[in-house]
Design a protein around this ligand. Structure first.
Ligand code: PMP
Ligand code: GLU
Length: 418
């Protein structure tokens, strides 16, 4: 059967690939410590589960409207108005099969293939953005963040990257994989730049919005670019249930695009109608429940646990020789640089010439799963990503293994590195 070059040339998701490899080793009875998957280890809060079970029991088993039912779209719009300052209505919202589906549809709806449309991507950035930009026919233009600046890109860098072909910028704060949060002033400065270019849209992926650690970075808080009236009608805000409510397996995300006459969202919903139609209808009341004030304390409990883990993993990683880590202030990722270790040989005889080989050796020889940096962007290639969505005991055990592995590496003379 023929396979299109569009798909053949697309990279597989590195996060899912390492996650699957770790799961396969675990299934063989190997005690793998998994830092690969960006997936909270908590269970979904009971009241949210209960809402779905009740809906199912009451016979909510038919198709829902493509974008979701009115009460759920209204509940999301209310959340975005009240918590994020985004002026929107239920009609500006669609509920999707995970936030990933929202990112896909936003890019498909925005990019004209074959015209050289460029989308700016501050990097290091989540592994799926580039493939999804390219699948839609766009050109991904990386704007590299430097570890010295906490991985953040500046407004000046964004301004310099803009060309007549730029049609969008994809922002993600708190960031996967960097685990950092842009201060509001820095995001506003980037929005100032975009505001002066009316043809550039903003896609703001805010899926880690609830996981911010002011106990680590005093005063830090979330700010939504879509709340700025100058860019409100060309900002697509994406969020979802997976991270804040520990609902990864439910596959629920949403997108809000309060553009002019609602045209952009109508086109997105047209695509969704040909693609997936609505999410599972009996999940819709669970979204309303998740967004209700009742789940606030549950979310806060998980956030506090992630903040403690962020401190712990930073302390432990900072003591691993050759690791350069940045203190995470949001999400559940740490993204240390391991360049100093490249060129060494593992006890199993692997020459560690890249983060990819480092990660493969770490999994095979020390049974610790991390995601190599390469697919997070050009500037990310000498990094590895740790997802600390696991218990403090697992973090301690896992980083002890990483430390022992790193100390067992042998320096190889330059001449014999081939
Ligand atoms: N955006 C970012 C930055 C992510 O890390 C993820 C990973 N889950 C997603 C979007 C997609 O999440 P989901 O499809 O589970 O809602
Ligand atoms: N987003 C999470 C991660 O980065 C889950 C896997 C994925 O969808 O990429 O690990």
């Amino acid at each position: 059967m023929q396979i299109s070059s569009r798909i053949a040339e697309m990279k597989e998701s590195a996060t899912l690939a390492v996650g699957a490899r770790a799961a396969a080793l675990k299934a063989q009875g190997i005690d793998v410590i998994g830092f690969a998957m960006g997936e909270p280890d908590f269970d979904t809060p009971f009241a949210i589960k209960r809402a779905a079970i009740k809906a199912l029991e009451s016979g909510m088993t038919k198709y829902a409207p493509t974008a979701g039912d009115k009460p759920t779209r209204e509940a999301i719009a209310k959340k975005l108005r009240e918590e994020n300052g985004i002026q929107c209505r239920g009609e500006d919202v669609t509920i999707t099969v995970g936030a990933k589906h929202s990112v896909y549809m936003a890019l498909q709806t925005m990019i004209e293939p074959g015209r050289g449309d460029e989308v700016l991507l501050p990097t290091p950035a989540w592994v799926s953005y580039r493939p999804l930009i390219e699948l839609a026919g766009g050109i991904c233009v990386e704007v590299p963040g430097a570890i010295e600046n906490g991985f953040r890109v500046s407004a000046e860098q964004v301004a310099r990257a803009i060309t007549p072909r730029t049609i969008g910028i994809l922002l993600n704060s708190p960031s996967n994989p960097c685990g950092i949060v842009y201060p509001e002033s820095e995001l506003r400065a980037i929005v100032d730049v975009i505001a002066a270019h009316p043809k550039i849209a903003i896609i703001s992926d805010e899926i880690y919005e609830k996981l911010i650690f002011p106990e680590i970075a005093p005063g830090i808080s979330h700010w939504s670019p879509g709340s700025d009236p100058r860019v409100a009608d060309r900002t697509v805000t994406i969020n979802g249930m997976s991270k804040a409510y520990a609902m990864t397996g439910w596959r629920i995300g949403y997108m809000c695009a309060p553009s002019g006459q609602g045209q952009f969202m109508r086109e997105v919903i047209k695509l969704q109608g040909q693609m997936t139609n609505s999410i599972a209808s009996f999940f819709l009341p669970a979204v309303v429940e998740a967004l209700s004030p009742a789940s606030g304390p549950e979310v806060e409990k998980m956030r506090v646990a992630f903040a403690a883990r962020a401190k712990l993993i930073y302390r432990l990683l900072s003591d691993v020789p050759g690791f350069q880590a940045v203190q995470s202030t949001g999400a559940f990722y740490s993204f240390p640089n391991i360049e100093a270790l490249l060129g060494r040989k593992s006890p199993g005889g692997r020459l560690l010439h890249s983060a990819q080989v480092f990660s493969e050796a770490l999994l095979a020889e020390a049974h610790v799963a991390v995601v190599p940096g390469e697919d997070f962007g050009e500037c990310a290639r000498n990094h590895v990503r740790f997802s600390f969505a696991c218990s403090e005991a697992q973090i301690e055990k896992g980083i002890a293994r990483v430390d022992a592995f790193v100390r067992s590496l042998v320096q190889v003379e330059a001449a014999s590195r081939s």
